[in-house]
Design a protein around this ligand. Structure first.
Ligand code: SF4
Length: 483
């Protein structure tokens, strides 16, 4: 009989297709280095943790409450099985609520992680363990613990576990019963970069010109378009109809339109909703920060400073959390040399990082001063400029405009892997690769900023650029008629 493990349950919560592959397919996809590193950390932490705790027994398979009659205190590595459901519990702690009364026991499952903070997948795993224990022991399981790195204990409520677990388990049980012959469709999502099936799914999506190739396409919108008979980016591109501009056009909030993104990909042109006005200064700063989200730690701050056309790059590196304060003050010192210059960044990551760093090491007013200088370049793009690429990430837009990254390092996730590798061996070559990667991000941001500010001059004459509501053909005709 097929078994529904915690891995499959967690996969189902991330992507139904992934759960299907894990349940029915032999092919296990590619190795995702980031995930492998975390698994190894988890195993090491579990090993160290279990070695330091006195346990009364170990490695048992628990299927019935009777097996626990004469056991007490703590059991390590408990394999829980109930019908077709299975989970591994690192530690099962048992407490007698009344001395000598074996009918009045409290059970608390605990798991070790390879992370510094608790993720929603780890919580789901513990809820599943609680659910199985409840079924096997026929007693409520009220709470459990997640033990993160440095042996930090996080209590998790496990009451009402069935409310979270059954909506995931029931469809999986149905699959086990009916063995569907086809996997659920590809809907690329935020979990894909972490998934072992990413190569085959991406290939399938590209082959099908699937809507989910567009990074802005949510699963909800994907289903909505499918109900309307729109399955491909090509089909989506024909949904856009240019509107004539009314003279009394009201200012509306910019909204990203997937049809326009699709049109841009089909025609290979850049579409402008408006020509963004980005006024440039004689001195400008381009900022990019690298961090480890799990540790809430920022380890590399990169600046590209442009003074009257002269470019200089600066990198502030922290070996560990203790050095984070040092790089924060190095940053302040540098940007305070040019108090009037704008600080360009891309997206919300940098402002959040600066706010946290200011809160940790400075007065809040430090951030308030910096905040006034921050310019998010993404604001000039979102809903205003459509490039013929699948996403508005700095990497995709940068590459489209000619920016490049060396060492095959082209995503935040890969940079995390490099940082983990550096932490293991303190290899200066890896450190250099990360500094170069961060510098190349700053350069790409400048390339993008230069392009946006050049639009005022080139938009009307460049054949690769068109206007959303007044395409050039129409624009020329109209001008000809009125002249
Ligand atoms: S790559 Fe993405 S779509 Fe494919 S199985 Fe994994 S998460 Fe699902």
């Amino acid at each position: 009989m097929l078994t529904i493990t915690s891995e499959i349950l967690i996969a189902y919560s991330q992507c139904h297709r992934k759960a299907y592959f894990l349940l029915f397919e032999k092919e296990q996809g590619i190795t995702v280095e980031h995930i492998e590193i975390l698994k190894k950390r988890e195993k090491d932490h579990q090993q160290d943790g279990l070695n330091s705790i006195a346990t009364s027994s170990s490695e048992i398979t628990l299927t019935d409450v009777k097996q626990l009659k004469y056991l007490d205190a703590c059991i390590s590595k408990v394999n829980l099985i109930f019908d077709e459901l299975q989970a591994e519990c690192d530690l099962l702690c048992i407490e007698q609520l009344e001395e000598g009364n074996l009918d009045n026991l409290r059970y608390e499952p605990r798991i070790f992680t390879g992370t510094y903070s608790v993720t929603k997948e780890q919580k789901l795993n513990l809820l599943f363990i609680g659910y199985l224990l409840q079924k096997i022991l026929k007693t409520p399981i009220n709470k459990g613990k997640i033990i993160t790195i440095y042996n930090r204990y996080h209590s998790v409520k496990l009451e009402n576990n069935s409310k979270f677990i059954e909506p995931l388990i029931n469809p999986l049980k149905e699959w086990v019963k009916t063995s569907p012959s086809e996997p659920p469709p590809v809907i690329l999502n935020k979990h894909c970069p972490y998934c072992q099936f990413q190569v085959s799914c991406r290939n399938k999506a590209e082959q099908d010109d699937d809507l989910s190739l567009l990074a802005s396409m949510t699963a909800k919108s994907w289903h909505k378009y499918h109900r309307r008979g729109i399955f491909t980016i090509q089909q989506l591109s024909y949904l856009y109809r240019a509107k004539r501009q009314s003279k009394n056009k009201k200012k509306t909030v910019s909204r990203h339109k997937p049809e326009l993104q699709a049109l841009s990909i089909r025609t290979g042109k850049i579409y402008l909703q408006d020509i963004p006005i980005l006024v440039r200064q004689k001195v400008e700063i381009f900022l990019d920060i690298e961090g480890i989200p799990d540790q809430n730690f920022y380890y590399l701050i990169g600046l590209l400073i442009l003074v009257r056309g002269q470019v200089s790059c600066f990198s502030f590196w922290a070996d560990d959390l203790k050095e984070e304060e040092k790089i924060w003050f190095q940053l302040l010192e540098k940007i305070n040399l040019y108090p009037e210059s704008p600080i360009y960044h891309y997206g919300s990551y940098e402002p959040k990082a600066l706010k946290k760093l200011a809160k940790r090491y400075s007065e809040e007013e430090h951030y308030n001063i910096i905040e006034k200088r921050l310019i998010n370049v993404n604001h000039y793009i979102y809903g205003k400029i459509y490039f013929p690429v699948y996403s508005n990430s700095l990497k995709e837009l940068g590459k489209y405009l000619g920016a490049s990254w060396s060492d095959n390092l082209s995503s935040g996730l890969q940079s995390l892997v490099y940082r983990y590798r550096w932490e293991e061996h303190k290899n200066t070559k890896i450190q250099r690769i990360l500094i170069t990667y961060n510098r190349e991000d700053c350069k790409a941001l400048k390339v993008l900023t230069d392009f946006i500010s050049s639009l005022q001059d080139i938009a009307n004459t460049n054949d690769n650029i068109d206007f959303v509501d007044q395409p050039k053909q129409f624009y020329t005709k109209k001008r000809r008629v009125s002249s």
